[in-house]
Design a protein around this ligand. Structure first.
Ligand SMILES: C[S@@+](CC[C@H](N)C(=O)[O-])C[C@H]1O[C@@H](n2cnc3c(N)ncnc32)[C@H](O)[C@@H]1O
Length: 245
């Protein structure tokens, strides 16, 4: 299973350092690149995630954490549907600075902290919901990531993973492959000045486990009632796993 393996990284520590530095370089233009390159569909994917986890958000006293929160788009969307404060964490400082600015502009009190998703500074069984959008694929060790999400969840809690996947339809997969492999690095590079980040993106998607493999890995990590939905022809998949209550 292992995890993200950017070109040149020989150890998990090197992979994590590469990922953190790369997001630090694109943080100032991350939202613009995201919305343009996805034609704005990324907002719908996050809205879909919020809908899926709404019962958890409405739970009295719900404790919710969005890991790998980046510039905070999912944390903000969750907060709008949750009466209790939603927390966000990430290990890339410039992304958190951007998230803080966004939340201030939207008059949302930020509850952000800097932390590695593989070593969260939280007690066992202390959360009702852990979410992650487009961050899981970047973890240096997927098994450790799932184990850590499972560790911090209470019985009856839920993990939701929104992540890129591989379209199953042949023609659509070919078109998407051309777009993500050729067009995206070029435009992403122009927008952010960091072409390597947008070369890494399709490569990391290609190496990422299929939706059914990820579901199996979640079961192995101790989640029960694991399910997933493919969105937008399978470009993205939303996995949820519950912790037996
Ligand atoms: C593609 S961005 C996604 C940001 C946001 N969740 C969104 O939906 O746009 C991935 C984020 O994961 C963070 N990340 C990657 N590995 C991490 C780790 N091990 N611990 C914490 N954050 C991590 C990166 O710093 C980056 O902000």
């Amino acid at each position: 299973m292992k995890g993200a393996s950017p070109v040149g990284a020989r150890t998990e520590q090197e992979a994590a350092a590469w990922v953190r530095a790369m997001f630090g370089r694109v943080a100032h233009r991350y939202d613009l690149a995201n919305h343009l390159l996805s034609f704005g569909i990324d907002r719908l994917w996050r809205a879909r995630t919020v809908r899926r986890v709404r019962p958890l958000l409405e739970r009295p006293g719900a404790r919710v954490l969005d890991i790998c929160c980046g510039t905070g788009d999912l944390a903000v969307a969750l907060q709008r549907a949750c009466p209790r404060p939603v927390m966000g964490s990430d290990f890339c400082h410039p992304m958190l600075v951007a998230a803080r600015g966004k939340m201030a502009r939207q008059r949302i009190a930020p509850r952000l902290f800097e932390a590695d998703a593989l070593r969260l500074p939280l007690r066992d069984a202390s959360l009702d919901l852990v979410t992650v959008a487009f961050g899981f694929r970047n973890l240096a060790n997927y098994e450790d990531g799932l184990r850590e999400m499972r560790r911090v969840l209470r019985p009856g809690g839920m993990a939701a993973i929104l992540e890129f996947s591989q379209p199953s339809n042949g023609l659509f997969a070919a078109l998407y492959g051309f777009y993500s492999g050729r067009v995206l690095p070029w435009i992403g590079g122009l927008l952010t000045g960091s072409r390597d980040a947008y070369l890494y993106l399709p490569e990391s998607i290609r190496k990422f486990p299929t939706a059914s493999t990820l579901a199996e890995d979640m079961r192995r990590a101790g989640f029960t009632t694991v399910s997933y939905q493919r969105l937008t022809g399978g470009i993205v998949a939303l996995h949820v796993g519950e912790v037996a209550g």
